[in-house]
Design a protein around this ligand. Structure first.
Ligand SMILES: NC(=O)c1ccc[n+]([C@@H]2O[C@H](COP(=O)([O-])OP(=O)(O)OC[C@H]3O[C@@H](n4cnc5c(N)ncnc54)[C@H](O)[C@@H]3O)[C@@H](O)[C@H]2O)c1
Length: 250
């Protein structure tokens, strides 16, 4: 088998059909993992799978999953276990949505939807995957959740999203405390403004106003978040647990 910092590991990545999740799949595959590209958009997940290449490994799959539905998450993890005869030891929660509006105009359904995907979805995937890891006696696992800098700073128009992402950080710290005894680490990455289909929805005029406040004077690339996630997935970060790592350009 070839090298790579996550060689031989099985990695389950949600939100894999786009943006950061897709870049995570590519970096993990380059670093020797077998990757499950999971997304609600099954066609996009398949496209990601098609992009994955590694000279030594060609055992990547894609699955369709709605992370906000327990049954769907259960089926996805079962499919993974059927395919590889063991559960993933790396889990990356990149599925996420925005439904922006000013707080006073925020629709209750939009508030709930964002919490259901970003926060409850992370919970469902972590609970299901970690149960399977413990059952399979996997002794080294790594979970990486994607929060957001707006979960720390707040952001006009994003009361639902910012609250969901603050929740993801607190959830991550609790998971780290509960799972440390099983050798399963849980960390969050906290991206700033990253170019992806999610931020493509923000008018360029608004983005240009944000850039002067970023120390490096540019938005980030999905790969720049993915490289940090690959490090957290690997044994090189074996003593990092319960951390929130900002990837914001300062
Ligand atoms: N782009 C940024 O600037 C930025 C900043 C901070 C945090 N984040 C977070 O990073 C993660 C990835 O963001 P992105 O920029 O790649 O967004 P994106 O919109 O490009 O990709 C998100 C993916 O999640 C999938 N998805 C949505 N709902 C789902 C569900 N219920 N079940 C399964 N999959 C679902 C979508 O189909 C899509 O492929 C998100 O959690 C986002 O909140 C992004």
């Amino acid at each position: 088998m070839g090298g790579g910092i996550v060689a031989g590991k099985i990695a389950f990545v949600t939100g894999a059909g786009s943006g950061i999740g897709r870049a995570v799949c590519q970096v993990l595959a380059r670093e020797g993992a077998k990757v499950i590209a999971a997304d609600q958009n099954g066609i996009a997940a398949q496209e990601t799978q098609g992009l994955l290449s590694n000279v030594w490994i060609n055992d990547h799959i894609s699955v369709t999953v709605d992370v906000s539905m327990a049954e769907s998450v259960n089926m996805a993890i079962s499919d993974v276990i059927k395919h590889y005869s063991r559960p993933p030891s790396v889990v990356v929660n990149s599925a996420g949505i925005t439904r922006d509006n000013f707080l006073l105009k925020m629709d209750e359904k939009w508030f709930q939807k964002v919490i259901d995907v970003n926060l409850k979805g992370t919970f469902l995937v972590v609970q299901t995957a970690v149960k399977a890891m413990i059952d399979a006696k996997i002794s080294e696992g790594s979970i990486i959740n994607i929060a957001s800098i707006v979960g720390k700073t707040g952001n006009i128009g994003q009361c639902n999203y910012s609250a969901s992402k603050a929740g993801v950080e607190a959830f991550t710290k609790t998971a780290a405390k509960e799972f440390g005894q099983f050798g399963i680490r849980c960390n969050a990455v906290v991206p700033g403004f990253i170019r992806s289909p999610m931020t493509d929805a923000v008018p360029e005029k608004v983005l240009q106003k944000i850039i002067p406040f970023i120390a490096v004077r540019r938005m980030g690339k999905p790969e720049e978040v993915a490289e940090v996630i690959a490090f957290l997935a690997s044994d090189r970060s074996s003593y990092i647990n319960g951390a929130s790592i900002e990837v914001t350009g300062g």
